[in-house]
Design a binder for this molecule. Structure first.
Ligand code: SF4
Length: 366
C-alpha cells in the first residue's frame, strides 16, 4: 500500500501514535474536541474504529462535510417538482434518490413515473441530452469544491458542442465559509480541524489560513488512511498542547498550497460565489456557487423559476445540530428507531457519508 509498511509495522506505528496522543492528552487538563470536516473522513474514522482508540478526553466530532446532508429540503422539493414534469429527465448521483424533501423524495417521484437517471459523473449527462433532444436534461449539481470543476466542465462542454437542452440545478457549496460560520457560532466548540483531503487538492491549503490568522485555530489537511488520520490528530495535539495554531499538510503528495489552478479556472469561468443555505446552519454569506449570467442559459432555475418555500427540518430530526458537531446522533430520539438507513427521516441517515448513517453502520463509537 501507500505507506510501504507491512500491516504489522502499521499497527505498531498506530499504537505509538495513539500512545503519544494519550501522553499529550494527559497534559492538556481539559477535554479536547477535533472536528473532521469531510464525510469521507467520517466514514474512514468509523471503519478503522479510531474513535474508540483515542483517550477519554480526546473527542472527534463530525462537521458539515457531507454534501447531501447539508442540502436543504427546498432543494429536494425543487428537484422533485422538475422531475415530475413531462418534459424533463433528471440526472443525479445515486445517493440523492432517497433524500427526503418536505413531502416526498426523488425515489417516490421515480415510482410515479419521473425519468430519473443515476450518473457517475455530470459529464454523463451530455450523452443523455444528445439522446433526448426533446427533453430538458437537468443535472443535480450538489457538492463541494471537488465536484464544482466537473460540473463546470460539463457546462463548458455543452456550450462548446452546441447542446441546448442540458441544465444544472445548482447547489454547489464552499467549505471555508462554512468553517467560518461554525467558528462564529457560540454553540460550537472545537479545538482544531481535520481538514478535507479531496477539497484541498482543488483549493490548496492557503484558503484555510484565516483559521489561524483570525481564530487561532489549528488545522491539518490529511488523507483517508487510518494512519494519516492518526498522524493529523497527533499534529493537532502537538499544536494545541503548545498553544500554537498552524495549517499543516499531512497529504503533501497530492495537496499543494495553491491547489489546482486548472480546476479553479473551470469553476471560476462558470460560477461565482453567492450566499447559500445550509441545513442546520442557515444562510452563510458567499458559501455557495451560482452560475454566472453568461451561463444563465444552462441554469434551470432561470429558465423555469420555482417558488418553493424554504426547507424546514423534519420534526424531531437533529441533523442540523449533528452537522455542527453540537450533538451526536445517539442524542437524537429517532436514531435507530424511527430513523434507520432503509427508512431515513433526515439526510444524515441517507447518505453513505452521513454522520447518522456512519454511527448506525459501525456502531455508536463513543
Ligand atoms: Fe435526523 Fe435520523 Fe440523524 Fe435523527 S438519526 S438526526 S432523525 S437523520
Amino acid at each position: 500500500d501507500m505507506t510501504g509498511m507491512t500491516k504489522q509495522e502499521e499497527r505498531e506505528l498506530a499504537k505509538r501514535l495513539v500512545a503519544e496522543i494519550g501522553r499529550m492528552a494527559e497534559t492538556a487538563g481539559r477535554k479536547l474536541r477535533f472536528m473532521e470536516v469531510c464525510g469521507t473522513h467520517t466514514v474512514a474514522i468509523f471503519r478503522a474504529g479510531l474513535r474508540q482508540m483515542l483517550p477519554e478526553n480526546v473527542e472527534l466530532v463530525s462537521g458539515p462535510g457531507c454534501p447531501v446532508c447539508v442540502t436543504p429540503d427546498d432543494y429536494m422539493d425543487k428537484a422533485i417538482t422538475y422531475a415530475l414534469r413531462e418534459d424533463t429527465i433528471i440526472t443525479t448521483f445515486g445517493d440523492m434518490l432517497k433524500v427526503p424533501g418536505s413531502k416526498s423524495s426523488l425515489m417516490e417521484a421515480k415510482a410515479e413515473g419521473a425519468d430519473i437517471r443515476i450518473v457517475y459523473s455530470p459529464l454523463d449527462s451530455i450523452q443523455v441530452a444528445k439522446d433526448n433532444p426533446d427533453k430538458k436534461v437537468i443535472f443535480l449539481a450538489v457538492g463541494f469544491e471537488t465536484t464544482a470543476p466537473t460540473a463546470a466542465a460539463t457546462v463548458l462542454a455543452a456550450k462548446q458542442q452546441g447542446i441546448e437542452n442540458l441544465y444544472m440545478l445548482s447547489a454547489q457549496k464552499l467549505v471555508p465559509p462554512a468553517l467560518r460560520a461554525l467558528l462564529n457560532d457560540p454553540e460550537v466548540r472545537v479545538d482544531g480541524f481535520i481538514l478535507p483531503g479531496h477539497v484541498s487538492v482543488i483549493t490548496g491549503t492557503d484558503v484555510f489560513s484565516f483559521l489561524t490568522e483570525e481564530y487561532h485555530m489549528p488545522g491539518v489537511v490529511t488523507g483517508f488512511e487510518p494512519l494519516q488520520i492518526l498522524r493529523s490528530l497527533y499534529r493537532l495535539m502537538q499544536q494545541v498542547t503548545k498553544g500554537e495554531a498552524r495549517i499543516e499538510n499531512e497529504y503533501g503528495s497530492v495537496v499543494h498550497e495553491g491547489g489546482s489552478p486548472a480546476a479553479q479556472r473551470a469553476t471560476d469561468l462558470v460560477y461565482e460565489p453567492a450566499d447559500a443555505a445550509w441545513r442546520g446552519i442557515g444562510i452563510i454569506p458567499m458559501s455557495g456557487l451560482r452560475m454566472r449570467d453568461s451561463f444563465a442559459a444552462y441554469d434551470i432555475e432561470r429558465l423555469l423559476p420555482l417558488d418553493v418555500p424554504m426547507g424546514k427540518n423534519k420534526p424531531g430530526c437533529r441533523c442540523g445540530e449533528v452537522l455542527r458537531g453540537i450533538v451526536t446522533p445517539k442524542e437524537c430520539p429517532l436514531f435507530g428507531k424511527a430513523c434507520v438507513p432503509t427508512h431515513a427521516v433526515g439526510p444524515c441517515m441517507v447518505s453513505v457519508e452521513g454522520v447518522c448513517a456512519a454511527w448506525y453502520k459501525y456502531g455508536q463509537g463513543r
